[in-house]
Design a protein around this ligand. Structure first.
Ligand SMILES: NC(=O)c1ccc[n+]([C@@H]2O[C@H](COP(=O)([O-])OP(=O)(O)OC[C@H]3O[C@@H](n4cnc5c(N)ncnc54)[C@H](O)[C@@H]3O)[C@@H](O)[C@H]2O)c1
Length: 351
């Protein structure tokens, strides 16, 4: 059995404690400096305040100040931070990591380089590490449908672990796989990460339909809603993810599989990303919507800003036409350029 240090005690980092503990591993759940209250409550009550469940046996909550101690002797480190915490995590881990450890990242997001090229977050994290660690450290990331509350409830799902070195993905999958947390593997880490990030943008689009419906007075007298528009956006999202993967020379089949359509479906079932879209559909400007959801991880907004910079670079390299990806361009208009939700609906579904 292994010793695992999860760093980041929000929803998803913490939820990973369930399959790991069920597999008999010794788990240290380390909060970031922002998670002190979560860790305090975990210690005081033996339960996670956000997941609203008792922690499984064998999970030791640790404060950020105990990071070095928690990482000593760990075989596996899980990054449980969101996209805003990746650089912090890299620099916090740097003095403690050893080349024999394996790192698994649940973070979803992308960054864009000065040249407009997309950069996956495992590479952002690795850039914070000393050069001597970057090569030997085995790093993988997770894609596919997995809502934290369901994972902690041991509800069934199937996900994909991706690593450039497939052996690393396989070793981490073996450590995490349970009868309810089914894990397959891929060596196309970049495709996995692109889908994981993009679905957060596209789920905002689906959420906009529910806000628009409310703004138009809800279902009509005969019960007609806007499910058709939401579904059209869902279908368009999958087609656009496929096109983008093709343009980047990545595994296009992921768009219709677990990392694309699978993860998008579960994200559209509710939660903060759809709530964000609803507020935009109701007519709130992005900054107002962000303020209303203050304190929540809102990666959909960030990925739209990233893609607003990446699309021109892809077009300049001849990889994408200027009119392609109308739904993503509609989101950029809505979120980055102050266009209205009605404009967004008309533009993104234009035939
Ligand atoms: N919630 C889910 O169901 C789910 C499922 C799969 C993947 N994810 C991904 O997991 C990541 C975390 O999501 P979550 O739902 O646990 O979010 P959360 O808001 O519950 O937790 C966010 C975590 O990131 C840390 N963090 C935030 N800003 C930071 C900063 N500036 N510096 C250092 N640390 C910082 C927080 O302390 C916390 O540990 C996200 O990238 C998300 O896309 C979430």
């Amino acid at each position: 059995m292994a010793t695992v240090a999860i760093v980041g005690a929000g929803f998803m980092g913490s939820a990973m404690a369930w399959p790991l503990a069920d597999n008999g591993h010794s788990v240290r759940l380390v909060g970031t400096p922002l998670d002190a209250e979560i860790i305090r409550q975990c210690r005081a009550e033996g339960a996670h305040p956000r997941l609203r469940r008792p922690l499984p046996a064998g999970v030791r909550p640790c404060f950020a100040e105990e990071l070095g101690e928690a990482l000593a002797g760990a075989d596996i480190v899980v990054s449980g931070v969101n996209s805003r915490g990746v650089r912090w995590l890299g620099s916090a881990l740097a003095p403690h990591l050893r080349p024999t450890q394996l790192l698994l990242a649940i973070t979803k997001g992308l960054e864009v380089g000065a040249d407009g090229a997309l950069v996956i977050l495992p590479d952002v994290l690795a850039a914070e590490l000393p050069a001597s660690l970057r090569e030997p450290l085995g790093m993988a990331a997770v894609g596919g449908p997995c809502i934290a509350g369901e994972l902690a409830g041991r509800r069934d799902t199937r996900v994909i672990f991706g690593a450039r070195d497939l052996g690393v993905a396989e070793r981490l999958a073996a450590a995490c796989r349970t009868p309810y947390y089914r894990v397959t593997t891929t060596a196309d880490l970049v495709a996995l990460e692109v889908c994981a990030a993009l679905k957060n943008a596209y789920a905002v689009a689906v959420g906009v339909a529910s806000g628009l419906l409310e703004r138009r007075g809800g279902p009509d007298a005969a019960g007609a809603q806007l499910h058709n528009a939401a579904a059209a956006m869902f279908g368009q999202a999958c087609a656009e993810m496929r096109r983008l993967l093709e343009a980047l020379g990545l595994t296009a089949a992921f768009a219709a599989g677990l990392p694309g359509a699978g993860d998008l479906y579960v994200t559209c079932q509710g939660g903060r990303t759809v709530r964000l879209g609803r507020l935009l559909g109701l007519g709130h400007p992005p900054e107002e919507a962000r303020a209303a959801l203050r304190g929540e991880t809102l990666e959909g907004l960030e990925i739209v800003a990233v893609m607003a910079r990446a699309l021109p670079a892809l077009a300049a390299r001849g990889r994408l036409g200027a009119e392609e990806l109308p739904l993503l361009r509609g989101l950029i208009g809505l979120i980055a350029e102050g266009r209205s939700a009605d404009w967004f609906l008309a533009t993104s579904l234009a035939a």
